[in-house]
Design a binder for this molecule. Structure first.
Ligand code: ASP
Length: 409
């Protein structure tokens, strides 16, 4: 049986058992969660998280170094970031349109007692200036992805420029990367059990709580995610990436299931790179450059949630957003999704930044926090699919450049 099938069975069993225990035997659930589900999930999460920092550092360094000359790097960098910005803008526009059409916040919500502390969201300027690490070792230790990426691009660039002089380090980087990829394969054997534990634990704890009251909001977010994945990614992969969208989704599905069970783009990175390189045949240098960057700054699913949530909260609090405020939402949601770290739940914290920009009550977040765990799973799967779509498209566009990038895989 293929690994994807096994993970899928793990997810399904986890959901069913979690739900049954939630309703029929909550006490038994608590015990099982403490000794079985919780530890299974945590072991899996820790195993893949263990690889994230070394993989981001090694693969971006290697990706940048193998792209070699600054012109090529500039071209691929521009395409990648252009794609990220364009798709995130699309995402948020789809979200706003759906939220205005279906008005999920008009159903009469009780906002009394809603409270949410929001001082954790950094400002836009802070997000950008803090990208340059003053101490790269500290960035590695803390797992600060944007700083690690910044440093790795510089190191990779130096390796490319120095050529023979830094041959030894280049070899070590390559071999280090091989070791990490081997470990990803090994750890993935545990994925079905990890996925089972994570789902049983999450669903067992929350059951269907809040799902009914928030059904409108949830459905609009889910519709936005689906439209974005199928229409925007599907057509871009077909037209720009010259790949059959069904093949694309099929090949990338294993990574999507892991993103769904972990709710973390960054923890899923090792798996999504493997899926893109092996199943979608994206050349290593491109995948190694585009995907770690995307897992950190490209979050279309998060932008969709933030768009729907902003309009939802405006509707609940009976506030009309002016056109310029809506533009502001588009802009800040794009920035907020760039600033969102690829770990569970951060999208909701960054939503505070968007709400503050348009003077909406940040307490509104309290209304949606209950069901965010589930939406987080879905949007994370969308977030990483966007990175893979970008990798496929950039790879296709580099094919005829005759620069050797495409032969490197
Ligand atoms: N969990 C998401 C991710 O890792 C980020 C978010 O909270 O929206 O991609």
């Amino acid at each position: 049986m293929s690994l994807t099938k096994k993970i899928f069975i793990g997810l399904g069993l986890g959901a069913i058992i979690g739900l049954l225990l939630h309703f029929l035997a909550p006490d038994l659930f608590t015990t099982l969660n403490t000794y079985v589900f919780g530890p299974l999930g945590t072991i899996f999460l820790n195993l893949i998280k263990m690889l994230v920092v070394p993989i981001v550092f090694l693969s971006i360094t290697l990706g940048t170094a193998s792209l070699g000359d600054p012109k090529k790097l500039g071209r691929i960098g521009t395409k990648t970031i252009g794609f990220f910005l364009a798709t995130t803008t699309f995402a948020i526009i789809i979200a706003l349109a759906l939220a205005y059409i279906f008005k999920p916040g008009d159903a009469g919500f009780d906002t009394a007692g809603a409270s949410f502390e929001a001082n954790e969201a950094p400002s836009v300027v802070e997000t950008f200036t803090s990208i340059i690490p003053t101490n790269p070792i500290q960035s590695l230790v803390e797992g600060n992805m944007l700083q690690i990426i910044f440093f790795s691009i510089f190191v990779g660039f130096a390796l490319a420029m120095l050529g023979k002089k830094a041959e030894g380090v280049m070899r070590i980087t390559e071999q280090g990367n091989e070791i990490m990829m081997f470990l990803v394969n090994l750890i993935m054997k545990f994925a079905p059990y990890g996925a089972f534990g994570l789902l049983a634990s999450a669903i067992g704890r929350m059951g269907l709580d809040g799902a009914k009251a928030m059904a409108g909001y949830m459905l609009v977010v889910i519709a936005g995610l689906l439209i974005h994945v199928l229409v925007v990614y599907g057509s871009m992969v077909k037209v720009l990436g010259k790949m059959n969208p069904i093949e694309f989704f099929k090949g990338f599905f294993p990574a999507m299931t892991v993103a769904f069970s972990t709710s973390s783009s960054s923890a899923t990175l090792p798996v999504s790179m493997k899926a893109a390189q092996e199943n979608l045949k994206v050349p290593k240098p491109i995948s190694s450059f585009v995907q770690p960057l995307g897992a950190t700054i490209n979050m279309d699913g998060t932008a969709i949630m933030q768009g729907v949530a902003t309009v939802f909260i405006a509707q609940v609090y009976n506030t009309d957003l002016s056109f310029s405020q809506i533009l502001m939402v588009v802009l800040t949601a794009v920035l907020a999704s760039i600033g969102t770290a690829g770990v569970p739940g951060v999208g909701l914290i960054m939503l505070a930044m968007v709400l503050t920009q348009v003077n909406l009550p940040v307490e509104g977040i309290a209304l949606i926090i209950g069901i965010d765990r589930l939406l987080d799973m879905l949007r994370t799967a969308v977030n990483i699919t966007g990175d893979a779509a970008c990798a496929v498209i950039v790879a296709e566009s580099e094919k005829d450049k005759g620069t050797g990038v495409n032969e490197a895989s």
